[in-house]
Design a protein around this ligand. Structure first.
Ligand SMILES: Nc1ncnc2c1ncn2[C@@H]1O[C@H](COP(=O)(O)OP(=O)(O)OP(=O)(O)O)[C@@H](O)[C@H]1O
Ligand SMILES: [Mg+2]
Length: 537
């Protein structure tokens, strides 16, 4: 079984070495920001495990959504003292929750803190206010001053502190700014909210935290994750199905974990050793299309949580519009039968949540799985909700099969012609802050005996591009330059699409000749915006 419900560490933990490396450079404050289930808590655990500095004490505090000021402050103080005592004693018997006992124990060790800690106890009996909050947030600094140790306070689900009447954020800023020896690593899932707390220049914590965003796995890590789990269960999977899984999940580890787990269960039950299309269809049926499926529930939960007091139906209609290909505000307005100006605020909000990405004047779904769910699974589920189970499953199967077939067909085309199709579609989008033209003609063409992968025209201007599936060296670029020299068209731009990388020498030659270079990420960025599957290899 793959763990999909709790944070993972050790053998179950993949990737994230960049983030861990940063976190392990202690001595500053960090904020992990990512969508729900993106793997924040897993990173925090793994960080704590790998943090092996003798004088640095991690204090892990997990906030609950129902936390009150009092429960938070008590939890905070207890966790700090517990972690300190754990370091100084071989066996600590007090339960983590029992603040009184922990205080008594700490006073035995550090009598100098007696008056401060007794004051905490006395004040905690009253209604929590800024005074007691300040006193409690001071505890790790007091410990640090007396022991020389550094504390790293890990606060998971940090956005919860916003619900308090006490301005915890401003208080934290005061402490962080004026004191030494204590650092914070915070994590939170409500992206918009966390960004508001940490990065908006109006926020008191602005500039005090280094932001680390927790996103999807890249292609190689997604691959490693899926194949490792399948191998552990004695299964193999073919390239195309594997690539479909990765493309459909967008590399989001939680989706990969849920689907791989279901595939393993299916294959084990049927004593199958090689993952087949049926297994994939089954996994999507159960986990994405079925109302009780993990990914289905994940989506309904996160949409519900995100929109809380806003008009959820309206926001979902907007998302459905975008997921189904209405990308401009006017198109979304038509789809939702609203006035375009009514959409400005909700669209800005959707952008802030991370569900939607804007490019120029167009909006796109960030997550391919959510896009598929909103445009295919959810509508189909609603449409068929009165139909019997068997029939409904057939309809789901057919849809998923269609998606896999479309993907196989796409893959069969080869990268060069897929990039050509992209050129027909990307007009109006922006890449590297440049607006891309709407071409009226895009084709492969032989000019003066030389073959060009892409010759694209808008008005009287041309873009000429070379698409390379292999690594590019300086000779390749020079050859392209020679071919270009003979062309008499009015050339607006020349471009090399380097799908598998490019040497530094080659880059230099390209720059000298004013040839643009796009890499696979650039292409896949546009592929995504155009609703196409990414180029993976
Ligand atoms: N680095 C990883 N390696 C392997 N699996 C991962 C990794 N990160 C996340 N997962 C998968 O995603 C699930 C959720 O991870 P985790 O609980 O760490 O996310 P989170 O961002 O803290 O979620 P929440 O928003 O619910 O707090 C895990 O159970 C696991 O299946
Ligand atoms: Mg978590």
């Amino acid at each position: 079984m793959i763990d999909t419900q709790t944070p993972v560490t050790g053998d179950e933990f993949f990737n994230r070495s960049e983030t861990l490396k940063r976190l392990l450079i202690t001595g500053r404050n960090y904020a992990l920001i990512g969508l729900r289930k993106s793997g924040k808590t897993s990173i925090l655990y793994e960080f704590e495990k790998r943090l092996k500095k003798p004088d640095t004490i991690p204090v892990h505090i997990y906030l609950l959504f129902s936390e009150t000021e009092r429960s938070f402050l008590t939890k905070y103080a207890a966790a700090v003292l517990y972690s300190f005592l754990e370091r100084t004693e071989t066996a600590i018997t007090e339960p983590r929750e029992n603040l009184n006992d922990l205080i008594v124990k700490t006073i035995e060790r550090l009598p100098a803190l007696t008056s401060d800690l007794i004051a905490v106890l006395n004040e905690l009996d009253k209604k929590p206010d800024i005074g007691i909050a300040s006193r409690i947030l001071e505890i790790p600094y007091l410990l640090s001053r007396h022991t020389g140790n550094t504390s790293i306070i890990i606060l998971d689900e940090f956005q919860v502190v916003q619900n308090f009447n006490i301005d915890m954020i401003d208080l934290l800023r005061q402490k962080i700014q004026t004191q030494r020896g204590v650092y914070y690593v915070v994590a939170g899932s409500a992206i918009g909210m966390m960004q508001g707390i940490l990065t908006s220049s109006a926020s008191p914590l602005f500039g005090h935290f280094e932001i680390l965003s927790v996103g999807s796995f890249d292609y190689n890590w997604s691959r490693c994750f899926v194949t490792t789990h399948l191998h552990r269960s004695g299964l193999v999977i073919g390239e195309k199905l594997l690539n479909f899984l990765i493309a459909a999940s967008g590399g989001f580890p939680y989706y990969l974990a849920v689907l791989a787990d279901r595939i393993i269960e299916y294959c084990n039950t049927g004593s199958i050793k090689q993952v087949n299309q049926k297994a994939i269809i089954h996994a999507f049926d159960r986990d994405v299309f079925d109302t009780s499926g993990k990914i289905f529930v994940y989506f309904t939960d996160s949409l519900e949580n995100t929109f809380q007091r806003r008009n959820i139906g309206f926001h979902i209609e907007i998302l459905k519009a975008i997921a189904s290909g209405s990308t401009k505000q006017s198109q979304i307005a038509r789809y939702t039968t609203k006035m375009p100006q009514e959409l400005s605020r909700p669209l800005r909000f959707l952008e802030r949540t991370g569900f939607v990405t804007r490019n120029g004047v167009e909006y796109f779904m960030t997550d391919p799985m959510l896009k598929m769910w909103l445009s295919v699974a959810y509508p189909l589920q609603m449409e068929l909700s009165f139909i019997k189970d068997g029939k409904r499953l057939d309809a789901f199967d057919k849809k998923i099969e269609e998606m896999i077939t479309t993907y196989r067909r796409e893959l069969g085309k080869g990268s060069e012609s897929r990039v050509r199709e992209l050129f027909r579609d990307f007009g109006g989008l922006e890449l590297h802050h440049t607006k891309l033209p709407k071409f009226t003609e895009v084709e492969q063409r032989v000019i003066d005996g030389n073959e060009f992968d892409i010759v694209a025209r808008y008005g009287e201007q041309y873009w000429i591009a070379e698409v390379k599936p292999g690594n590019i060296n300086a000779t390749d670029v020079n050859r392209f330059v020679e071919k270009l020299d003979k062309i008499v068209y009015t050339i607006d731009s020349t471009l090399i699409v380097a799908l598998a990388g490019i040497d530094t020498d080659a880059l230099r030659v390209a720059e000298e000749n004013k040839i643009r270079v796009w890499d696979r990420d650039d292409v896949n960025f546009l592929m995504k915006l155009c609703g196409k599957f990414p180029i993976l290899l």
